[in-house]
Design a protein around this ligand. Structure first.
Ligand code: PNS
Length: 175
């Protein structure tokens, strides 16, 4: 039986830290579903379709440098209920989450316990590559919005997108 793992998140935007977790999960599980999910506690910045496209493009590009392409990675979104409902639909028993700090542990632990209680779905925590240990989507958005260079932290097309949003916000006076 093949093991399907889901890597869920807002990915607003996807960072190189997320990508590192996705690529490593793809080496551990038969199938990996990267799932863009609405976080009820956050207001989205990038439309879901763009977030899915950015991840799919980054995964395809990451596969080029690997011995075998990341053909076991599916990128999609979910807005029809609980995260565990998606897991049930595709037969996934595992969630994979990146953990950068104690703050992440505190944030993720109740969700992991709830998801296991709701549907028996286990959560595997993965430590980041140290190169990406301090990167977060919210910091990337903040730096880009204030005109900083985010190219070391996100895929190139995400940098270009954030740059264009920052420019148009500056042109209209909006922030
Ligand atoms: O990248 P994020 O914002 O930390 O991801 C959090 C996310 C989207 C995985 C979480 O908010 C979530 O699971 N949302 C789906 C709704 C749900 O199932 N809630 C109950 C989980 S305990």
């Amino acid at each position: 039986m093949s093991t399907i793992a889901v890597v869920p998140g807002s990915f607003d935007p996807v960072t190189l830290g997320h990508l590192d977790v996705i690529v490593r999960a793809a080496g551990l599980f038969d199938e990996v579903h990267v799932l863009v999910v609405h976080n009820p506690e956050k207001t989205a910045f990038i439309p879901v379709e763009h977030r899915v496209d950015f991840i799919a493009d980054a995964v395809a590009e990451a596969g080029v440098d690997l011995p075998s392409p990341l053909e076991n990675v599916v990128v999609t979104s979910w807005s029809e209920g609980l995260l565990v409902d998606y897991c049930s639909r595709v037969g996934a028993k595992v969630l994979v989450k990146g953990i950068r700090s104690q703050v992440d542990v505190a944030y993720e632990t109740p969700m992991a316990i709830m998801n296991r209680s709701l549907a028996g779905v286990e959560t595997v925590f993965m430590l980041p590559d140290p190169a990406h240990a301090l990167v977060s989507s919210s910091l990337v958005r903040q730096v880009a919005g204030l005109g900083g260079d985010v190219s070391p932290y996100v895929p190139a097309d995400v940098t270009a997108y954030l740059q264009s949003r920052s420019d148009s916000a500056a042109n209209t006076g909006a922030r």
